[in-house]
Write a protein that binds this ligand. Structure first.
Ligand code: AMP
Ligand code: MG
Length: 323
């Protein structure tokens, strides 16, 4: 069909146009500091349904409502002291809070996938901030890719992944954090880490104390954290973790200064071993290594602390058995 997505620079005019589109129920891809989001009016059932449809996302996997600040969040969820402390420290930024929906919550129930909770986040990316303020309503925005595939960290990735259904892509360049937000459930007895992400567990625990672990995948409680879908972030090629050596028909995703030789193609997440650089490179490098002429992608071991927690979470899902 040759339907081309309109990729535009995020000028004031383009942001105003994008806000108008969202307010009329259309979907717009927007840059955030984590990954590109597929944004729609979170208060509009049809727009939210359109997001699930465009992504092929299972309807039981709830969406995050994006807001410019804590005051906007508190209009829709029951704000708590812990939420306030975390927002003071991490917002705007890559931290999502799951809170109880207010009785007068205007956000579509579809966004909550039928739960009585809602995930809210205030992103720091200046384009996302400007857009949210222009829309004046919460914006539901999961990653702008087909469900289960590698997340987009550049505008071009959005175009590769999503065809029709997106009215406009605001091009904000490369996403500086590069992995999705950390998701914390504040409705449980103890704050619970549902998904590691751009805000490190260490930094969060330094503010509010120990986080509980999310229920293991496959247990009943895990339905509460449906982002725990096992296979996710998956390139077409099989992914092999903790590789210390590599075959000549494999691609290698390396990390740090010691790189095994012999791969058909090697990219290094961070030759210096910097976790922030590695997170920012992760999804773009997985895409580049995902070549049909190769047998698989071997991934070097990555330390499991700081942003490494989020990186390893994504890589484990990329390597999980496919449905
Ligand atoms: P994504 O939109 O792909 O970044 O994924 C959003 C993440 O937040 C997924 O892991 C969801 O399961 C999680 N999430 C969103 N809303 C809720 C909620 N109300 N309760 C629990 N997890 C949520
Ligand atoms: Mg996603």
């Amino acid at each position: 069909m040759g339907l081309r997505l309109d990729i535009v620079a995020p000028t004031d005019d383009a942001i105003a146009r994008a806000a108008d589109l969202i307010r009329t129920g259309a979907l717009v891809a927007l840059p955030t500091e984590t990954v590109y989001g597929l944004g729609g009016d979170a208060t509009n059932d049809r727009a939210v349904a359109g997001i699930f449809q465009a992504k092929g996302r299972p309807q039981f996997n709830p969406l995050i409502a994006h807001v410019p600040d804590a005051a906007a969040a508190a209009q829709h969820v029951v704000w708590t002291d812990v939420a306030e402390v975390l927002a003071q420290r991490f917002w705007p930024g890559p931290l999502t809070l799951v809170l109880s929906r207010r009785a007068d919550c205007a956000v579509s129930l579809l966004c909550s996938a039928g739960l009585d909770t809602l995930a809210v986040r205030s992103p720091s990316h200046p384009v996302a901030q400007a857009l949210l303020r222009a829309v004046g309503r919460p914006v539901a925005a999961p990653s702008a890719n087909r469900s289960g595939m590698v997340s987009p960290t550049q505008a071009a990735h959005v175009v590769q992944s999503l065809g029709a259904g997106v009215a406009l892509v605001l091009d904000g360049g490369r996403c500086p954090v590069g992995v999705e937000s950390t998701v914390i459930d504040l409705t449980a007895a103890q704050p619970t880490l549902l998904r590691p992400g751009g805000a490190t567990r260490e930094a969060i625990e330094a503010v509010i104390g120990p986080l509980a672990r999310a229920p293991a995948v496959g247990t009943p409680g895990a339905l509460h954290a449906p982002g725990q879908l096992e296979s996710h972030y998956a390139p077409a090629l099989p992914v092999r973790l903790d590789a210390l050596s590599v075959a000549d028909d494999e691609a290698l995703l390396a990390f740090g200064p010691d790189v095994p030789g012999g791969a058909a193609l090697t990219l290094n997440l961070s030759p210096a071993g910097d976790m922030g650089e590695a997170a920012a490179n992760l999804f773009a490098m997985l895409r580049t290594l995902d070549r049909p002429d190769l047998r698989g992608i071997a991934v070097a071991p990555i330390p499991d602390h700081g942003l490494g927690l989020a990186i390893n979470d994504r890589l484990r899902r990329a390597a999980a058995p496919r449905p």
